[in-house]
Design a binder for this molecule. Structure first.
Ligand code: B12
Length: 255
């Protein structure tokens, strides 16, 4: 395993990039299994981010971006790192600024990934947001990734989106679909209220209204069935397929 003490903040890091690339290739060629290599990398990056060693964390992830598929990079590397940092914060092992800085760092990596997914100019617009008060963003950001992979123009409006602003966004941007997420019960209640507001509004163009997230995954099917809008399924990949089906589109292969 790579030792954190091997890093030298002051020196030229091109050697490090080479070292990490070599390690990644060596692992792929069988020195470690890929899953061992990934979980070691995740632990190392979590340790680096907890120690505020962002540049080194960036070098550690640099080779992974090229050596793994983008889906693997997201689901097996970026998300587990954020979950582990979040768990450390929940256990008071790291403080708020450490969690915020790590989250901002991981968002930059995710933005890099999303920016690599170009969609056609006429792709249907799908607005994605976390409801009022909701700050758990990773499920929704994963949905944005899968929608963009399927060539839909998924636009992330952020965490904690007030209902009024969503209404203005819908009137201004005229999306084909809206996807909303909630993780905890207090924010889910606000989101359900938003679903009612959205479904009662008369509009000229059709609008697919979907929702998902941890809270709804635990809600019994009988109760979900009573809610307005479309439950998009228990994970983001399924959610993107439900949206595609409801827009009458097939996932197109990435060029
Ligand atoms: C990271 C994290 C945070 C981060 C979030 C950072 C960020 N920018 O996202 C921070 C530190 C901000 C945070 C804050 C809090 N958190 Co927190 N957090 C977590 C943690 C560690 C990981 C959650 C996560 O991102 N998972 C990864 C994603 C990918 O999983 P997911 O959200 O479940 O999404 C999957 C599915 O649900 C689904 N999905 C999700 N959204 C959507 C949307 C659509 C449309 C679809 C189709 C699917 C879908 O797809 C995903 C898989 O593909 C969990 C514990 C854990 N180990 O899971 C606690 C956890 C979720 N948090 C919890 C709590 C209580 C809180 C706080 C209230 C703590 C506090 N005292 O303040 C606050 C609430 C803040 C708020 N108002 O939102 C509890 C929730 C318990 C509950 N009642 O359900 C958990 C379970 C921790 C615990 N064991 O108690 N948290």
């Amino acid at each position: 395993m790579l030792q954190l003490d091997n890093f030298d903040n002051s020196s030229d890091h091109t050697g490090l990039i080479k070292e990490f690339s070599n390690q990644a290739s060596a692992g792929i060629q069988g020195k470690h299994t890929i899953s061992t290599q990934i979980s070691e990398m995740v632990s190392e990056v979590v340790a680096l981010l907890s120690a505020h060693r962002y540049i080194e964390a960036e070098y550690r992830l640099y080779s992974a971006f090229d050596n793994f598929s983008h889906e693997q990079f997201l689901l097996e590397i970026l998300l587990p790192i954020e979950i582990q940092i979040g768990d450390l914060w929940h256990r008071n092992t790291v403080n708020v600024f450490t969690e915020h800085a790590a989250t901002a760092f991981l968002r930059q990596q995710l933005d890099k990934l999303l920016a690599s997914l170009l969609v056609p100019l006429d792709a249907p617009l799908v607005l994605c947001a976390c409801g009022p008060g909701e700050f758990h963003e990773l499920g929704m950001l994963s949905l944005v990734y899968f929608l963009r992979s399927a060539k839909l123009n998924a636009l992330y409006l952020g965490a904690n989106l007030p209902a009024g602003d969503l209404m203005i966004a819908i009137e201004t941007l005229k999306p084909a679909a809206v996807c909303l997420a909630a993780t905890i019960s207090s924010t889910a209640l606000k989101l359900i209220y938003m679903l009612y507001q959205l479904s009662e509004k008369k509009r000229e163009e059709p609008l697919v209204i979907g929702y998902g997230g941890r809270f709804f995954n635990f809600l019994p099917e009988t109760q979900r069935a009573m809610l307005p809008g479309l439950y998009l399924g228990e994970d983001a990949k399924i959610g993107s397929k439900v949206i595609l089906d409801n827009l009458g589109l097939q996932a197109k292969k990435q060029v």
